[in-house]
Design a protein around this ligand. Structure first.
Ligand code: NAP
Ligand code: 1JT
Length: 264
């Protein structure tokens, strides 16, 4: 018997088998959920379709979340395929690479708008469009990073976007929890993971290896661990939890004074 037997999950943000959304997909599938996947564009179709096929998922539909029309069309397809949704996963972020290096004060107006639109507003747009097909007591999840509450070199405009995303989680939780459907909205704050987005970003490699020297569990985290936390937040086990930012980071965020084992 799975934790999510009888539930349907619509998941945004699988780019390849390193994606956090793929770790979530595998965990939700393992726990018995029926899965629908949405990917960004044609380039990804070749990568996402075989992954979906490997777990017997046949709802694989494109949706660029910068388009309200594409979101509307996707939700109509989901309604036809599933009738309703119990778990909605938003695992999407975007910023121009040149905004993720150098001075934060150099952030362009255009780059700021783009990061906020794709990484923050899309959660609100997708939640709103999904509302008519969300089932009672359903669960919405998004992915965030500690750069929302601490300043890290290079994370720059994404840190500001993640702060706005976490605030959006609280406002959506207030709205949708009080609706007749009593929908829950939460975020998982993941430690650094080598994914397509993260690879090649200035300083990411160093940050990823320093992380395990400081985190209480003295290791990095993987997409399987984020997937398992998502299975809990999508399930009835977390029925009393909403508006939360749940850290899956080997404890990194609780450390006051980062001291490696060999320091004296
Ligand atoms: P990823 O595999 O590259 O996933 C990011 C996804 O966002 C990709 O599928 C990407 O598609 C999609 N996307 C970008 N623009 C889009 C648009 N306009 N419409 C629809 N989809 C769009 O990287 P990831 O690390 O798993 O990222 C997933 C989430 O986890 C992000 O919110 C990220 O901030 C968060 N997170 C990551 C880390 C980390 O260290 N990796 C840590 C904490 C939180 P394309 O490839 O086509 O652009
Ligand atoms: C984006 C990118 C969103 C990388 C991201 C992200 N959320 C987390 N990461 C990984 C990361 C990157 C840096 C970092 C810590 C984590 C790149 C493409 C745009 C969206 O520095 C502290 C730089």
């Amino acid at each position: 018997m799975g934790l999510l037997d009888g539930k349907t999950a619509l998941i945004f943000g699988v780019a390849n088998d390193h994606s956090i959304a793929w770790g979530i997909t595998q965990a939700l599938h393992r726990e018995g959920a029926t899965i629908g996947l949405s990917y960004a564009g044609e380039v990804l179709e070749r990568r996402v379709k075989p992954l979906a096929a490997s777990i017997g998922v046949d709802f694989v539909e494109p949706c660029d979340v910068s388009s309200d029309e594409e979101i509307r069309v996707l939700m109509e397809k989901a309604r036809q395929a599933f009738g309703g949704i119990d778990i909605l996963v938003h695992s999407i972020a975007f910023a121009n690479r040149d905004e993720l290096s150098g001075g934060f004060h150099e952030t362009s107006r255009e780059g700021f708008h783009l990061a906020m639109d794709i990484s923050v507003y899309s959660l609100i747009a997708v939640a709103h469009a999904a509302l008519p097909i969300m089932r009672d007591n359903s669960s919405i999840l998004t992915l965030t990073y500690l750069g929302s509450v601490r300043a890290f070199p290079n994370y720059n405009v994404m840190g500001v976007a993640k702060a706005a995303l976490e605030a959006s989680v609280r406002y959506l939780a207030l709205d949708l929890g009080a609706s007749e459907k009593h929908i829950r909205v939460n975020a998982i704050s993941a430690g650094p993971i080598r994914t397509l987005s993260a690879a090649g970003v200035s300083g990411f490699k160093g940050l990823h290896s320093r992380f395990r020297e400081i985190a209480p569990l003295r290791r990095n985290i993987g997409i399987e661990e984020v997937g398992n936390a998502a299975a809990y937040l999508g399930s009835d086990l977390s029925a009393g939890v909403t508006g939360e930012v749940h850290y899956v980071d080997a404890g990194y965020n609780i450390v006051g004074l980062p001291i490696a084992d060999d320091s004296s």
